[in-house]
Design a protein around this ligand. Structure first.
Ligand SMILES: Cc1cc2nc3c(=O)[nH]c(=O)nc-3n(C[C@H](O)[C@H](O)[C@H](O)COP(=O)(O)OP(=O)(O)OC[C@H]3O[C@@H](n4cnc5c(N)ncnc54)[C@H](O)[C@@H]3O)c2cc1C
Length: 355
């Protein structure tokens, strides 16, 4: 979408689709308010999905034990009736309050939304791939050096080097090995942090002479100048014995070193920060800018505890504050989902007209 296209109107835009951002959809939905939700990752779930999907959580009320991914799945199920619009794989780069009180939200993917209110549920920041640190590598990032696979077919018939030892590195090694012209897997250690079956399959491919695995690290890039541009041709690898250096052919290098959070553009939106967190009040969870709220791990206030439970509470109160911000003339009263026909209708559970 170009800058000249009018932005899409949105009642509320939620930045961050971690557990707290997802629950915000629910709390707004109960009050009849719709939401768009944006995350820089291509999947929802924030830290739960990205950092500890298999781990059990024991402090979610009424769920004595719940897997982190299971919690996200349950939240998605709970928010389904409210049909939020998801924009994944896009980092929010701009949040600009406009003179008429609306807020322009723009993303790296070209999405532009005109919001009545914004909730920042950005956790510890947006997750960014850990980069391969080699001199001169920047000019090949996005063309020959990749941190995620967009189209696997781009790598068919090519010389590939895959760096990393986790699930992503091993999954792509196994998936691409028999499609690539050559494949070298480079990992610092002999042990891999991936599903044992995938590691076993990789070892079979090595034994069959279809790929090689190097215990070491990438030390330099090789390129050649063709038709006015530099083209990546290979990598120099340094084996862990400290002596062996070898050059391998590489049209493409796929790097899977995991992700790390970065506060990133949030620090540039002119909002009051304290120790890399957004300062909010505890009545509305509003930041220093009217109409812009912050909930979950990204906010700070006296007594703040970075717990999912706290984020859920913050989402509930922020929803009431947002309702008042968007519809100041509307009378606010507390309704119970158990007894409110209107809330039950919104939830799609067929509320009756009796109270
Ligand atoms: C190993 C581990 C175990 C834990 N165990 C527990 C536990 O048992 N109980 C508990 O209560 N808590 C636990 N926590 C903490 C809990 O996971 C966090 O409190 C919770 O994830 C915070 O949720 P959130 O939605 O605020 O943020 P996050 O889960 O961090 O999600 C934020 C999302 O915002 C996105 N984002 C950030 N900036 C941008 C941007 N500019 N544009 C687009 N997207 C953006 C990020 O990509 C991310 O997906 C644990 C944490 C870890 C690491």
């Amino acid at each position: 979408m170009s800058d000249s296209t009018p932005p899409t109107p949105a009642e509320v835009v939620i930045i961050g689709a971690g557990p707290v951002g997802i629950f915000q959809i629910f709390e707004l939905g109960l009050l009849g308010i719709s939401a768009h939700i944006i995350d820089s990752l291509t999947q929802v779930g924030g830290q739960c999905t990205e950092l500890y999907p298999e781990k059990p959580i024991y402090d979610i009320p009424a769920l004595p034990v719940c897997g982190a991914q299971e919690l996200i799945d349950r939240l998605l199920e709970q928010t389904k009736p409210f049909n939020a619009t998801y924009h994944l794989g896009q980092e929010v780069t701009e949040v600009s309050p406009l003179p008429d009180g609306k807020i322009l939200v723009a993303t790296s993917g070209g999405t532009r939304l005109l919001a009545g209110a914004v909730v920042i549920a950005a956790g510890v920041g947006s997750f960014q791939p850990r980069r391969l640190a080699l001199p001169g590598i920047e000019e090949f990032e996005g063309t020959s050096v990749h941190y995620r696979v967009k189209a696997a077919a781009d790598f068919h018939g090519r010389d590939l080097v895959i760096c990393g030892g986790g699930d992503s590195a091993l999954d792509w090694t196994v998936a691409l090995c028999e499609k690539a012209r050559s494949l070298t897997l480079v990992h610092r250690r002999a042990e891999f942090r991936a599903a044992p079956a995938t590691v076993a399959r990789m070892r079979e491919l090595v034994a069959a002479g279809k790929m090689q695995v190097i215990e070491g690290h990438a030390a330099a890039v090789h390129s050649e100048h063709v038709a006015g541009a530099n083209r990546l041709t290979g990598l120099v690898l340094q084996a862990n014995d400290g002596q062996t250096t070898l050059k391998v052919a590489a049209d493409h290098v796929l790097v899977f070193f995991g992700l790390h959070p970065k506060l990133g553009p949030i620090a540039e939106w002119g909002l009051e920060l304290e120790k890399k967190a957004l300062k909010v009040d505890t009545e509305k969870f509003q930041t220093s800018a009217p109409g812009i709220y912050a909930i979950g791990d990204i906010n700070t206030y006296p007594g703040k505890k970075k717990l999912i439970l706290s984020g859920f509470h913050e989402a509930a109160l922020a929803a009431f504050a947002i309702q008042h911000h968007l519809f100041p003339e509307k009378r606010q009263f507390l309704q119970y989902t158990t007894t409110s026909p209107i809330m039950q209708k919104r939830l799609g559970v067929g509320g009756t007209d009796s109270h």
